[in-house]
Design a protein around this ligand. Structure first.
Ligand SMILES: Cc1ncc(COP(=O)(O)O)c(C=O)c1O
Length: 393
């Protein structure tokens, strides 16, 4: 029998979908994968070389739990240059992906029964991690009406005497929307007034398009700096998902608590990956620029084609690599004699009938939507959208 705690936790919807896709591929089906949440590029060569050098130089032992000093220093430089945020290296922790940073931050901040605000549509792990930390996720539902963004009024309404923190994700997975500086300043003012902590997940920072600007929450609302844990990483920007490096910066006592948690659970993240991440942060940015240019081309193409498919409603997202159409007008209709009773059913039909893998929005707290990732080649995008049009006609 597993613990009571585990009865509250659900497995990751995206990982489950991947398992089914793998099955179909193993059966020999040619699946177009719009479900993926990672770059389709290899890690840039200069980063890989630094990792190989680290292995050959025997940099393969334990490191300090919060990371090698060189990397923590590089992270402070990154925050200063890109986000105008000043931190001391002691206020930085390097962890197993942004995912572990978020979990450590929740464990460090949340008392049993504290409320943590999560904005839906949300990344699947947020509510589950809040529950694992003993907190209660309080969901604010947003829709297309506010571009899937929370407004200061919505936030005020959700705050109670038990509210401890809010998890913010901009640019967002799954919606692709990014908050503007002014919007963040307004939200920050509400949070600071109510002494609500921000756990701000900025993992998609580098992936913004058409002049949209990524702004960090405490940059837009400096009064929030003492109440913010800013989280980022190398996974999405440098095509390094498998290396498992994320980092967080914040007030010394919280980072110190996160370090204790990490020191008693995983210890440091992989030494070799830390040297590779250092090369990523300190090295040339051209590979990132190239990737962003190509994502932008695909984003425009995919959005336009989806907008032309009857029943798919979406605006062009300004960040990350997802388009998140609303398909509610198809619910109640039929495809090939099968009734579409939900977006989940539609996603199932697309996978089983046309071998197009998408992620239904229900796992993200958005049951009327479907997430399409354009982190796949233009050929695959064309092929997948052709199949989608075929099955829907
Ligand atoms: C919003 C969001 N945060 C965090 C992560 C995890 O990033 P990492 O690979 O750094 O753990 C993901 C990965 O899909 C994500 O979409």
């Amino acid at each position: 029998m597993v613990s009571e705690r585990m009865k509250l936790i659900t497995p990751s919807a995206t990982l489950e979908l991947n398992a089914r896709v793998q099955e179909l591929v193993a059966e020999g089906h040619d699946v177009v994968k719009f479900g993926v949440g990672e770059p389709d590029y290899p890690t840039p060569q200069h980063i890989k070389e630094k990792a190989i050098e680290a292995i050959n130089a025997n940099k393969t032992t334990y490191t300090p739990a919060p990371g090698i000093p060189e990397l923590r220093k590089a992270v402070t430089r990154k925050f200063a240059e890109d986000n105008q945020l000043e931190y001391d290296p002691s206020q930085v922790i390097v962890s197993v992906g942004a995912k572990q940073c978020i979990y450590n931050a929740l464990m460090a901040l949340v008392n049993e029964g504290d409320e943590v605000i999560v904005i839906a549509p949300y990344w699947v792990s947020y509510p589950e991690q809040v529950k694992l930390a003993g907190g209660v996720p309080v969901i604010i539902q947003t829709t297309e009406e506010t571009e899937f963004k929370v407004t200061p009024d919505m936030l005020e309404d959700a705050i109670t005497s038990k509210t401890r923190a809010l998890i913010l994700n901009s640019p967002s997975n799954p919606t692709g929307r990014a908050y503007t500086r002014d919007e963040l300043a307004e939200l920050g003012a509400v949070m600071a007034d109510n002494e609500v902590w921000a756990i701000t997940d900025e993992i998609y920072e580098s992936l913004v398009y058409d002049g949209a600007e990524h702004v960090s929450l405490p940059t837009a609302a400096p009064e929030m700096k003492p109440l913010s844990v800013v989280i980022n990483g190398v996974s999405k920007a440098y095509a390094m998902t498998g290396w498992r490096i994320g980092y967080a910066a914040g007030p010394s006592d919280v980072i110190s608590a996160m370090t204790t948690i990490q020191g008693q659970t995983t210890s440091n993240t992989t030494s070799i990956s830390q040297w590779a991440a250092l090369a990523a942060l300190e090295g040339p940015k051209d590979p990132v620029t190239e990737m962003v240019k190509e994502y932008n081309r695909r984003r425009k193409y995919m959005t336009e084609r989806l907008q032309n498919i009857p029943g798919f409603e979406c605006e062009a997202p300004e960040g990350a690599f997802y388009v998140f159409p609303n398909v509610s007008s198809l619910i109640g209709t039929e495809i090939g004699g099968r009734e579409i009773d939900s977006a989940d059913t539609l996603a199932g039909i697309l996978l089983e009938e046309s071998y197009v893998a998408v992620v239904p929005g229900s796992g993200f707290g958005a049951p009327d939507n479907i997430r399409f990732s354009y982190s796949t080649s233009m050929d695959q995008i064309e092929e997948g959208l052709d199949r989608l049009e075929d099955v829907l006609s």
